[in-house]
Ligand binder design. Structure first.
Ligand SMILES: *[C@@H]1O[C@H](CO)[C@@H](O)[C@H](O)[C@H]1NC(C)=O
Ligand SMILES: *[C@@H]1O[C@H](CO)[C@@H](O)[C@H](O)[C@H]1NC(C)=O
Ligand SMILES: *[C@@H]1O[C@H](CO)[C@@H](O)[C@H](O)[C@H]1NC(C)=O
Ligand SMILES: *[C@@H]1O[C@H](CO)[C@@H](O)[C@H](O)[C@H]1NC(C)=O
Ligand SMILES: *[C@@H]1O[C@H](CO)[C@@H](O)[C@H](O)[C@H]1NC(C)=O
Ligand SMILES: *[C@@H]1O[C@H](CO)[C@@H](O)[C@H](O)[C@H]1NC(C)=O
Ligand SMILES: *[C@@H]1O[C@H](CO)[C@@H](O)[C@H](O)[C@H]1NC(C)=O
Ligand SMILES: *[C@@H]1O[C@H](CO)[C@@H](O)[C@H](O)[C@H]1NC(C)=O
Ligand SMILES: *[C@@H]1O[C@H](CO)[C@@H](O)[C@H](O)[C@H]1NC(C)=O
Ligand SMILES: *[C@@H]1O[C@H](CO)[C@@H](O)[C@H](O)[C@H]1NC(C)=O
Ligand SMILES: *[C@@H]1O[C@H](CO)[C@@H](O)[C@H](O)[C@H]1NC(C)=O
Length: 449
């Protein structure tokens, strides 16, 4: 019996067909295999090729294609499966617009600042990981900088003493009245990541300015809750109290990147505060400890197609935050391992409602139900993909922070030398940072800092 189970497991592993529902969060091969299935599921919604971009089918908006390409860039770098690289590069190159800043005339009817920001996040991911350049396009970094320059020019002080509006064009829905956290957090995050990539202080200054404004009008409250937006028509005195997971994630990753770039503990404290506030998006019921949910809409069943993508971005940004601020790892681990397992179980559905996904591994929406809930779509695929593939990031951060004790080998013990206690060169900065931050946190918690 035991033998048979082990044999079957080996066959399944060899065939690369570990079902998402059987995900083992501690096993790289299991994560990679499940991720491969989910990447195919997400890309089944995309008809482009390595030589031609194709918009997502209606009703998916343009920004979501940008978000999908970011998920796929992460997929490629994390798994080393380059199957989709050409398709992704073509999609990005097609959407950079005439000034290579993701301001695309053809999208005038639906491009807002947050949409543009999502495409910039994709270029930043490519820049951060030195991904192969798209042919004929400027560097990923230049695209990101172009976008930043285009966006900051729209900082609007007519009302509310600043802020970015949701929309770029006055005649789009809600025009230039609504100032939302996705747009303001979006430029905040782009600034933080550019600061980290270039060391240019201008980006740090802007990040400070946008953070202070966000706190000033109450988009980020004193408990680090992030709210959807505020109306500039009444000078941003009333906050729309809805709060979505990705909005927290955007500010969280930005704060974590700034903690790394500036070494200023205030940013680490803000990142921790935001991670604490993210509790709102986990553990909806006693039977669902640490499982992520979109609390503003899942329970009441009002999530739109857009909203069904958001959990994936909170996952993406939590993992990215851990990469730059490893002291966040333990708490993120609790959330993400439980959520990844639950997401895997949700990806066990048939290809109903015209879903192009493979029958049997289609993802549902609500992870706390313990299985497939019958709600299918691209967002559901992307959420599971980002939540599960990021475990590879997390596990490598955890491994770097807790290197296994050196294996005893046949090598004779080295004679005492001044360097015998030094950490491996590559790990030193990470370990040091973790230690410093942990001590600082402990002192802070004790009221001593
Ligand atoms: C994964 O490993 C951690 C310790 O490294 C352990 O606490 C946890 O239970 C493991 N989870 C699974 C599903 O094996
Ligand atoms: C992809 O193209 C085929 C052929 O035109 C079409 O039937 C299918 O619906 C398209 N799928 C998507 C996801 O756009
Ligand atoms: C991908 O390749 C890198 C570099 O060779 C390696 O360190 C990493 O472990 C690989 N990842 C996986 C999931 O195989
Ligand atoms: C983008 O792709 C569409 C559809 O494949 C094509 O019509 C358009 O010319 C492309 N634009 C650019 C700038 O590559
Ligand atoms: C990317 O390239 C730069 C410059 O060559 C290097 O400093 C950096 O470490 C590289 N980053 C990664 C993730 O490989
Ligand atoms: C700035 O916001 C006001 C509304 O508060 C709007 O009328 C104006 O067009 C905006 N300016 C820009 C450049 O978007
Ligand atoms: C709008 O609010 C800002 C602070 O957010 C304040 O400086 C400004 O005076 C207010 N404008 C009006 C017209 O009330
Ligand atoms: C820093 O970034 C700003 C904004 O992109 C740019 O104008 C400036 O030239 C940069 N400074 C340096 C030294 O590169
Ligand atoms: C992790 O969570 C615990 C319990 O909620 C909290 O006390 C601690 O400050 C958090 N640590 C970090 C680094 O956010
Ligand atoms: C899809 O899988 C279900 C079981 O999950 C099965 O009942 C159904 O027949 C399958 N559909 C197709 C088209 O194969
Ligand atoms: C947990 O409880 C909620 C609320 O009662 C329910 O909707 C959900 O299906 C339960 N999940 C599991 C795994 O039983």
């Amino acid at each position: 019996m035991l033998f048979k189970a082990a044999f079957l497991a080996a066959v399944v592993a060899a065939a690369d067909t570990i079902l998402p529902a059987d995900l083992n969060v501690n096993d790289t091969a299991s994560i990679v295999a499940v991720t491969k299935t989910l990447a195919a599921g997400a890309m089944s919604y995309y008809n482009g090729t390595a030589s031609a971009y194709s918009p997502l089918p209606s009703p998916y908006y343009w920004w979501e294609a940008g978000a999908l390409m970011n998920a796929m860039l992460d997929y490629s770098r994390l798994t080393n499966d380059t199957t989709y690289d050409g398709i992704v590069a073509a999609a990005i190159a097609n959407n950079t617009g005439p000034a290579n800043d993701f301001l695309v005339p053809a999208q005038k009817l639906d491009e807002g600042n947050d949409d543009q920001a999502f495409w910039a996040f994709t270029a930043l991911t490519a820049a951060e990981h030195n991904l192969t350049q798209a042919q004929g396009a400027p560097s990923w970094l230049d695209m990101s900088i172009n976008t930043w320059n285009n966006m900051v020019a729209r900082w609007n002080t007519t009302m509310c003493a600043g802020g970015f509006t949701w929309q770029i064009y006055a005649n789009n829905f809600n025009g230039l009245n609504y100032k939302n956290s996705a747009s303001n957090g979006g430029v905040f995050l782009i600034s933080a990541r550019l600061a980290l990539l270039t060391g240019n202080a201008t980006y740090v200054d802007w990040a400070h300015k946008i953070w202070d404004w966000s706190v000033g009008v109450g988009l980020v409250d004193s408990h680090y809750n992030v709210y959807d937006g505020t109306d500039s028509a009444n000078n941003c005195t009333e906050i729309n109290p809805l709060s979505f997971s990705y909005q927290n994630g955007i500010y969280l990753y930005g704060a974590a990147a700034l903690a790394k770039q500036t070494g200023d503990d205030v940013w680490a404290q803000r990142a921790e505060g935001l991670l604490g506030a993210a509790a709102l998006f986990f553990s909806p019921y006693e039977n669902a400890t640490n499982i992520m949910w979109e609390h503003a809409c899942e329970g009441v069943g009002t999530c739109t197609k857009d909203m069904k993508t958001f959990k994936g971005f909170l996952s993406r940004f939590m993992y990215a935050a851990v990469e730059v601020l490893p002291s966040l790892a333990p708490n993120v681990t609790d959330y993400m391992r439980a959520s990844a397992v639950a997401a895997g179980k949700a990806c066990s559905g048939p290809d109903i409602d015209g879903a192009p996904t493979a029958n049997g591994t289609t993802c549902g929406q609500k992870w706390y139900v313990g299985g497939f809930d019958g709600s299918v779509g691209l967002g559901q695929e992307m959420c599971a993909l980002e939540t599960i593939q990021g475990l590879l990031t997390l596990n490598s951060v955890l491994a770097a922070a807790n290197p296994p004790p050196p294996a005893s080998t046949t090598t004779p013990a080295p004679s005492p030398s001044p360097t015998k206690n030094a950490a491996p060169a590559g790990l030193a900065p990470l370990d040091l940072r973790w230690t410093v931050v942990s001590i600082a946190c402990a002192l802070f918690a004790l009221g001593m800092a």
